[in-house]
Structures are given as C-alpha cells and as structure tokens.
Ligand binder design. Structure first.
Ligand code: AHG
Ligand code: MN
Ligand code: MN
Length: 333
C-alpha cells in the first residue's frame, strides 16, 4: 500500500472532505516542520549542549530548561512569516506574540506548550510539544489575550508531538484522531494510525501518587478503590503508570486505554490546578473526545470552560469513558 505522508493526508482532507482550507493545511505543515526541528535538537542532547537549565524563569515562576527556550524559538520563527496567523501564545511567554508588521496576518491563533514534560529532558525520557488552533475573532483591531480566551469547543485543530523512541505527531482536525510517525531518513511524517479509538474500559491509571495526601475526597475514594484491586469494590486489579510527560501518558491512553488524572489538590488550590487550560488541557481534551474518550475537571467538561486568562490552570481527568465518568459521578455525590 502506498505510504500516506502528512502532506498528502492534509491535501486529501482539503480536497475530498473539505474539512480544512489551504491556510490551515499550511499551518499544520509548518507546525510539523517545527516539531521536526525540535526533535533534531532533542536528539542531539549533550552533543549540542542543549540539556540543562536556561537560568531563567517563565511567567509561571518555573525554571526554564534550555530546550524550553529553544523549542519556543523554533515554533515562533517557523510560524511568523507564512501569513496564516494573527498571533501566537505559549507557556513560555507572558503575553501573546504578535506577527511582525513586515509579514501578512492570517485568521488563526496558535497556542502551544513548546516542550511538555521538560523535567524529563535531562533524564532521557520522552517529552513533546502540544498545540491548539483557534480562529481569531473578527473585528479585533489589535490581538491581545482576550482574542485567545475562547472555550476549547472552538478549537479547529489540536495536536501533539512525542519525542520518544520514535517521533510521533498526533493530530485532530475535528474528524477523528490520526497518528503520524517521523521517517528520519526521508524527513517526513507518515500516517501510521488512522481513527484512533480509546477503549471505554481500562485497568490502567496514571496519577502522581506523591500528592495523595492533598487530594479531594472523590479522587481519594476513586484511587483507593483501584488500589484495593480484586478484593475491593471494583473486583479487579489495576496497574499504574506515570511518565510525568503528559504527551507520553496521553499517547499511551490513545494506544491501549487508561485514565489520566492531575486533579485539584490542597497545595495548588489557589492556582486552580497544575495543568494549563489553553495549551495542555484543551488540546488534549479535544483529541481525547475525538477518540471516543472523556475529558473533565471532575465537575465540568474541559472543552466547555470559558477561559479567564491565558495561563489559567485547571484540574484534568481524561481517558477511557467509563472510568472518567465514574470519577465525575463521585464528584457529584
Ligand atoms: P511542562 O513540562 O510543560 O511544565 O509540563 C509538565 C506537566 C505534564 O507534562 C505532566 O503530566 C506533569 O506536569 C508532571 O507533573 P509532576 O512533576 O507532578 O509529576
Ligand atoms: Mn506541559
Ligand atoms: Mn512546557
């Protein structure tokens, strides 16, 4: 069977299904090219002197890794000149990055987490890039934070790359979830999984157990029941995995099911959660829903949240439908 490259896939989505327009196709191509460049930088590691801290903090007060800064720069530079964007926003920048006046402006907004799981970069564990595409509201004279503050249901595209044993690109254009693998010799992404579906049931969960003493009662109850295994109320044994790179944990769930939780906990109550809505929770929620899973804060569907700030944090519970719905039900009791 002929291989389907990302370029061919996108052309066919545009031509046959009219799902996307040429500008959005170009945008995804450019983002995928940036992910390729990030993958190359990561792959060189110590040889290129890119590991370790940058010596700076980002807007959220987190110490930046060199590769956080490099990945952010790669995405900004790749997406500035094409005429497809009105602005970009990133985990690593307090304010939106406007398109320089020398370039034409387009109708889309791009939001990204340039390097997800960056605490794992120095120990050679998978990291990734997460992105979300919104339409810039019409009649906005100058693009600022407010243009971006749209609920996740408004995303026209979401995706993430995983820089692991292979480099993967997971993509949704609102019509299913598809996975592409980077062919390093040819330099292009090739379609390797079409219409990924998350199994509705699972025996695997992902949570940072070290936070157990800070969890709210519904999450505590749910995890206690899983840990009780066959002898407990669930009547079966569960397995646990926690990569601490959301991209890798979510990709595992897309591949074989599971539930991922980064719930609200006592020590981050004032922040609203750990993960960021605009460039972590929303794109992952769109992907998970498009694959037949569920994504919730425990109290609300993630995609329905009306954002109040660019770097807003939210609790995240996503994955296999029946498990996430159970946790949501516990929150309602
Ligand atoms: P980032 O590296 O972009 O700041 O994101 C890290 C996130 C996410 O990838 C992961 O699920 C979580 O933080 C890990 O948290 P712990 O360090 O508490 O395990
Ligand atoms: Mn992240
Ligand atoms: Mn990050």
């Amino acid at each position: 069977m002929a291989i389907i490259t990302l370029s061919r896939f996108l052309i066919e989505e545009e031509r046959n299904k009219q799902i996307i327009c040429a500008d959005l196709r170009f945008l995804v191509e450019i983002v995928s090219r940036a992910c390729k460049a990030i993958s190359i930088a990561i792959g060189k590691g110590s040889l290129a002197g890119v590991l370790g801290g940058a010596g700076t903090d980002n807007v959220q007060g987190e110490a930046q890794k060199k590769l956080d800064v490099i990945s952010n720069e790669i995405l900004l530079e790749a997406n500035e000149w094409g005429g497809h964007l009105a602005a970009m926003a990133s985990e690593e920048m307090e304010d939106p990055h406007l398109i320089p006046h020398r370039y034409p402006k387009g109708e889309y907004l791009l939001v990204f987490d340039p390097l997800d799981g960056s605490s794992n970069i120095d120990v050679n564990i998978s990291v990734g890039t997460i992105f979300s595409v919104l339409r810039c509201p019409e009649g906005v004279p100058a693009v600022d934070d407010k243009a971006f503050l749209q609920p996740g249901t408004q995303q026209v595209c979401a995706g993430f790359a995983v820089y692991g044993p292979t480099t993967l690109l997971v993509l949704t254009l609102g019509d299913g979830v598809h996975c592409f693998t980077l062919d390093r010799e040819f330099g292009h992404f090739v379609l390797t999984q079409e219409n990924i579906r998350i199994p509705e049931d699972t025996k695997e969960f992902a949570i940072n157990m070290s936070n157990a003493r800070f969890w709210e009662a519904p999450v505590k109850r749910y995890i206690d029941e899983l840990l009780a295994g066959q002898q407990g109320p669930r009547g079966k044994d569960f397995n646990m995995r926690w990569v601490a790179s959301m991209v890798a944990d979510v990709f595992r769930i897309l591949t074989r099911g599971g539930i991922f939780l980064y719930p609200l906990d006592g020590k981050m109550q004032d922040k609203g959660g750990k993960l960021r809505l605009m460039y972590e929770a929303n794109p992952m929620a769109m992907i998970v829903e498009q694959a037949g899973g569920v994504a919730s804060t425990g109290r609300q569907r993630i995609l329905d949240i009306g954002p109040t700030s660019l770097h807003q944090r939210v609790p995240v519970i996503l994955g296999s439908k029946n498990e996430v719905e159970r946790v949501v039900a516990y929150h309602g009791q």
